[in-house]
Ligand binder design. Structure first.
Ligand code: TMP
Length: 209
């Protein structure tokens, strides 16, 4: 695949504010005249949205970590080929609300599935096209979960705090493992400050768009 376009992913524990940041970043990018596409995972295609409904349905308490790996990767493969890859070919800035690192943090660090296995399945799903940069919006899991209404917690949000703490530790471990690609941002800062820190890194990458 050619190297046109720029692929940015925002990652982090539940309730870290990724969706707000994607909106702010997209606003900045559009104002700057960059053709911009936003995606969210799991989902972002009709097929992926159906997979999302299965993944987050609290009725499926019996879903195994391995089943999760395949379902998230299936939705991701569909999104990549149907949406992300064509947009990159056309030189778009693609802003992803979660991407491959969520599977590494949640299914490997959180769900104890082999790191290399999760990595290989997901590299296949994204045709080995890693993000040009990834931001982890970091905050203590209890803060993130408190930002969500409990009554509507989905299957993942209902998991115990110990699981969410492992996920957070996983994200931070990923940042140490891939320091050239991943930047950790303190998600407890005001949203404008978070956006400005991200934008300072993203802007120089946009020469390719
Ligand atoms: P969202 O709440 O950010 O839309 O994400 C849905 C949930 O799915 C969230 O709790 C994180 C989880 N998830 C994984 O466990 N693995 C993945 O690969 C992705 C993309 C999300």
């Amino acid at each position: 695949m050619n190297s046109r376009g720029v692929l940015i992913s925002l990652e982090g524990p539940d309730g870290a504010g990724k969706t707000t940041q994607i909106e702010l970043l997209a606003d900045n990018a559009v104002k700057g005249g960059f053709r911009t596409l936003r995606t969210r995972e799991p989902g972002g295609t009709p097929l992926g949205d159906d997979v999302r409904a299965i993944l987050l349905n609290p009725c499926y308490q019996e879903m195994t970590p391995l089943t999760e790996v395949f379902l998230y990767a299936a939705a991701r493969a569909q999104l990549f080929e149907q949406v992300v890859e064509p947009a990159l070919r056309q030189g778009f800035l693609v802003l992803c609300d979660r991407f491959i690192d969520s599977s590494l943090a949640y299914q490997s660090y959180g769900g104890n599935v082999s790191f290399d296995f999760v990595l290989q399945v997901n590299l296949a799903a994204i045709k080995r096209r890693l993000p040009d940069h990834t931001f982890i919006l970091d905050l203590p899991p209890e803060k993130g979960l408190n930002r969500r209404p409990c009554a509507h917690a989905d299957r993942v949000e209902q998991k115990p705090l110990t699981f969410h703490s492992s996920v957070r530790a996983g994200f931070l471990a990923l940042a140490e493992r891939f320091p050239e690609r991943i930047t950790v941002i303190d998600a407890t800062l005001p949203k404008e400050e978070v956006c400005s820190q991200i934008w300072q890194v993203v802007l120089p990458l946009l020469a390719r768009c």
